[in-house]
Design a protein around this ligand. Structure first.
Ligand SMILES: Cc1cc2nc3c(=O)[nH]c(=O)nc-3n(C[C@H](O)[C@H](O)[C@H](O)COP(=O)(O)OP(=O)(O)OC[C@H]3O[C@@H](n4cnc5c(N)ncnc54)[C@H](O)[C@@H]3O)c2cc1C
Length: 334
């Protein structure tokens, strides 16, 4: 969204997985039958001894009146690119980052977005004429990481002169007059808007019978197995309640770790080789703060009564580590 990378630089074709002898079928998944461990992909029926559902979260900007037209959904590639182009034209005024629901994947991302934009405004020499505000539906940043981490991230944001407005649930947005209306009666005007839309499970998952009251797929927190034997769900589409009353955050670091657990255990069941393994709730995330620096929060999210997360202060080291992680994903894993 700030133009630091092009889409080409951060993409690899999934077809590369075929080099490992895996058949890659591209298409829309139209139907999932968990009892039969069967899916229909673009009209083709596929049945397995095991089924792993990893369909992520569907973004639903349309669920808030006027939101889709009011700004840029920076949780999609197209939206981030459109925002980048609009930001290049932006020469000052009111810049707003908005979370349109209190729970969304990568709880750090909108806070990082605000801080990266603040740094980009300084680089472009337009900071003095720009007011940056972050309106959040949630009560504070990264609440699941505990009050100390939340307060520290809020402090990072506010120290950069970004006005932070938590517990502002947007109700309607008016693109014509560039105005947001919140459930608490507050209003905010903007010249350029970046938003994180509400999330829900993809339609095909909602229609599969796999989804519980939470709206997501409940799984065994250690094995990721659903209530159907041999059917697993992992990553953003799954929900794992934590003792503090919030679910495990939706994040790539967990999706990746869960995938390794599920894959290892299925391979073991098929071949009889290897040791069984479990997902233990460990994870960490970098928090980009701009100027080539990042913080790093890491710990155990299954710890009770609250997750035990340690936040390392922002510096160049953690930003460098994030760049290395990106290279690892793009070149070694795919
Ligand atoms: C801006 C941003 C920054 C982030 N930063 C971080 C970070 O720093 N660290 C971190 O850990 N996480 C981060 N995340 C979160 C991370 O990207 C997700 O948690 C992760 O990608 C979840 O993986 P997944 O496999 O569950 O779902 P996804 O990666 O969303 O993959 C699901 C796939 O299923 C496809 N799909 C859905 N329905 C169908 C269908 N019916 N037919 C065919 N295909 C379908 C989707 O198109 C998608 O390609 C970030 C997310 C965003 C948006």
């Amino acid at each position: 969204m700030t133009g630091g990378r092009t889409a080409r630089q951060i993409s690899r074709p999934l077809a590369r997985v075929a080099r490992r002898g895996i058949e890659v079928v591209h298409g829309e998944i139209e139907h999932i039958n968990p009892e039969a461990r069967e899916v229909v992909v673009s009209g083709r029926r596929l049945t397995g001894d095991y089924l792993v559902v990893a369909l992520g979260a569907e973004l639903a900007p349309g669920s808030i009146s006027g939101l889709a037209e009011a700004g840029h959904n920076v949780y999609t590639l197209a939206g981030a690119e459109a925002f980048r182009d609009a930001f290049a034209e932006f020469s000052g005024g009111k810049l707003v980052v908005l979370t349109a629901a209190p729970a969304y994947k990568c709880p750090a991302a909108p806070y990082e977005a605000a801080m990266l934009l603040e740094a980009a405004c300084r680089t472009r020499g337009i900071r003095a004429g720009t007011q940056i505000a972050l309106y959040a539906a949630e009560p504070g940043p990264m609440g699941v990481a505990g009050p100390a981490v939340s307060a520290a991230v809020r402090q990072m944001v506010e120290a950069k002169g970004i006005a932070y407005h938590p517990e502002h649930q947007v109700q309607t947005a008016d693109a014509k007059v560039r105005r947001l209306h919140f459930a608490n009666g507050a209003e905010a005007s903007y010249d350029l808007l970046a938003f994180v839309p509400p999330h829900r499970a993809p339609r095909v998952v909602r229609e599969s019978g796999l989804v519980g009251e939470s709206g997501w797929i409940s799984v065994n927190r250690h094995t990721l197995e659903t209530k159907h034997a041999g059917v697993y769900a992992l990553g953003d589409v799954a929900t794992i309640p934590l003792a503090l009353g919030k679910p495990l955050p939706k994040a790539g670091v967990f999706a990746g770790a869960q995938a390794e657990v599920v894959a290892t255990n299925i391979a073991r069941a098929v071949t009889g080789k290897g040791k069984p393994t479990t997902f233990n709730g460990d994870g960490g995330c970098f928090i980009e703060v701009g100027d080539g620096m990042a913080g790093f929060g890491q710990g155990n999210f299954y710890a009770e009564p609250v997750p035990q997360i340690k936040l390392r202060s922002p510096g160049r080291l953690w930003h460098g580590a994030k760049v290395l992680l990106e290279k690892d994903w793009l070149w070694r894993r795919l």
